[in-house]
Structures are given as structure tokens and as C-alpha cells.
Design a binder for this molecule. Structure first.
Ligand code: CP
Length: 305
């Protein structure tokens, strides 16, 4: 990691993932460990969030850290025209680490280059969401008891979905077979597919969700990212492309689990929620343990006994 920042899933190795996932397991066993009492964690959210911000704040609080920050910019000096650089420099005076979400791709990298304290990227535009990626890996490993040799389907907005980009890249470190289901307009970008090709892994592209359900271990559903479309008519055309209903899981493998980074709009109907294969709410809960592990690791806090 550069300056101990986590900006992209490229900043860490497969060995790092596994260290963080193993530590997260310890936090899941006992989340209340006050090992960051002397630290201040800043959460700067220039874009809306429920899970990422609150799970980071919950993680920091459970570790005993103080939390400062903002969840929108309307009450900050960003409204008066303060630059990202100045905002980061100011907040670094008041905190030991900054968790930042921003709509612009590359903003987290820029912040890490000007910041004297570590930056954790909590999502930068359509680019990357590395901490979601780690909690997704944790959720896959927990439900499948392994990360290698899995068939993983990504469904929906593979073009703009930053969680998809980070997770596909991370999974190229394992013997993954990728099943990519999207409308033609929202295919996985070639810049991400390149990583699959470089590792000589198999990928298959589909336009129909039903074609993949019986053959995969993980269905990773995603929301069509309305906020990333320049043309509202294009969004209208694709917004209801995939809807997973409970009846569609009848022929799924026993070990299949449905993941979704959330929020969902209408891509998973509520009748799926009671199916034991639905794992998306547990997945979001896992975010607290993974983010505890990340904060503790980056800030150099030891678990002790
Ligand atoms: N998964 C995720 O990033 O959710 P939020 O947008 O609510 O943080």
C-alpha cells in the first residue's frame, strides 16, 4: 500500500487479502476490542452511502476510535469552493486516517498523494471499491469454505459497477470461472477483462440471467447505476434488465448463495429474502468485521490476547 493507503485492490496482494480476512474472522468472534482508543477516524462522503459509511463508523466505534466527518457536502466548505486537496489537508490535521467516497474516478488516488495520513477509498466513481471487495471475498470464503475453483456470476451493470471491477480483479488471483451477465451496453469493460485474460481464466458472457443460475456457486447481483448514465433514456431502456425471483432459484446448486453489494432497487424481489440462499444482508454485516480488520492493520494496532 502507498503511504499505507488503500485506494485500489491493486494496492494489496493475495497474501494481504488473506491476512485481512483471517483478522476479520477474529473480529467476528469478538467485535468489541478497544485497540484504537487513541485514534481519530474521519469519514468524508462526497456521495451518498448507507452501508460503507455506517459500517466504517461502527467498526471504528467498536475499536474505541473517535469518528469525525460528513455524510454530504452541503454543510461543509466544499460548498464555498474549497478544493479536494485543501479539504484533505485540513481533515488530516484532525484525524489519523481518512475514509473517503467521491464521485470522481481517481479522486482517492489523488487524495492519497496529497495526504499525510492514510486514505481508504470507499468508492471513487465507477472505478474501485476495494473495501467492498474484501468483504465480498470474506462472504464468498465464509459461505463456500474456499475461494479457489468457484463459478461466479456477475449480473447487471458490469460497466459502471465499481464493486464488480474490484471483485473481478481480486478473483483473478484464484481459479475462478467468470459468468458475466449484462445488457450489451453494460458489459464488463475491456480494461477489467484484461486481468482475466492475463491469468488465462475462463469467462463467458450472457444476456439472460436464467442461463447461468443452475451452474454457479455465487450469483453476484448488482443495481443498474442510474447516477452514472449521461443519457436518462439509456437508463430507462436497461433499468429492469434483470430481476431475480425466488422461483428462479429452484434448480440452483445447493451451495449457491446470492450476494449483492446493495442497495437493491428492484433486481431482487423480496420473496428471495427468506430463501436460505439469500446472503446479501449477512454480506453487509460482514463489512463491519472486515473494516475493523482494515482499520486495525493500517493503523498498526495489535489485537493482543
Ligand atoms: N455497498 C455499498 O457501497 O453500499 P452504500 O452505497 O450504501 O455504501
Amino acid at each position: 500500500m502507498r503511504n499505507n493507503s488503500l485506494v485500489s485492490i491493486h494496492d494489496i496482494t493475495k497474501a494481504d487479502y488473506e491476512t485481512i480476512l483471517n483478522l476479520a474472522e477474529k473480529f467476528e468472534t469478538n467485535p468489541k476490542r478497544k485497540i484504537l482508543e487513541d485514534f481519530v477516524v474521519a469519514t468524508l462522503f462526497f456521495e451518498p452511502s448507507t452501508r460503507t459509511r455506517l459500517s466504517f463508523e461502527s467498526a471504528a466505534s467498536r475499536l474505541g476510535a473517535k469518528v469525525i466527518g460528513f455524510s454530504d457536502t452541503t454543510s461543509t466548505s466544499v460548498k464555498k469552493g474549497e478544493s479536494l486537496k485543501d479539504t484533505i489537508l485540513m481533515v488530516s490535521n484532525y484525524s489519523d486516517i481518512i475514509v473517503m467516497r467521491h464521485p470522481k474516478e481517481g479522486s482517492a488516488r489523488f487524495a492519497s498523494e496529497v495526504s499525510p495520513v492514510p486514505i481508504i477509498n470507499a468508492g471513487d466513481g465507477s472505478n474501485q471499491h476495494p473495501t467492498q471487495c474484501l468483504l465480498d471475498l470474506y462472504s464468498i470464503r465464509k459461505t463456500q469454505k474456499k475461494l479457489d475453483n468457484l463459478h461466479i456470476a456477475f449480473i447487471g451493470d458490469l460497466k459502471y459497477g465499481r464493486t464488480v471491477h474490484s471483485l473481478v480483479i481480486a478473483l483473478t488471483n484464484y481459479q475462478t470461472t467468470f459468468h458475466l451477465v449484462s445488457p450489451i451496453e453494460l458489459k464488463l469493460p475491456s480494461s477489467v477483462k484484461r486481468y482475466i485474460k492475463e491469468k488465462n481464466l475462463e469467462y463467458h458472457q450472457y444476456t439472460e440471467l436464467e442461463d447461468v443460475i443452475p451452474n454457479v456457486d455465487i450469483l453476484y447481483m448488482t443495481r443498474i447505476q442510474q447516477e452514472r448514465f449521461a443519457d436518462p433514456l439509456e437508463y430507462e431502456r436497461v433499468k429492469n434488465s434483470y430481476v431475480l425471483r425466488n422461483s428462479m432459484l429452484e434448480n440452483a446448486k445447493k451451495n449457491l448463495r446470492v450476494l449483492h453489494p446493495l442497495p437493491r432497487v428492484n433486481e431482487i424481489t423480496e420473496d428471495v429474502d427468506d430463501n436460505p440462499k439469500a446472503y446479501y444482508f449477512d454480506q453487509a454485516r460482514n463489512g463491519v468485521f472486515v473494516r475493523q480488520a482494515l482499520l486495525a492493520t493500517i493503523l498498526g494496532a495489535k489485537l493482543g490476547k
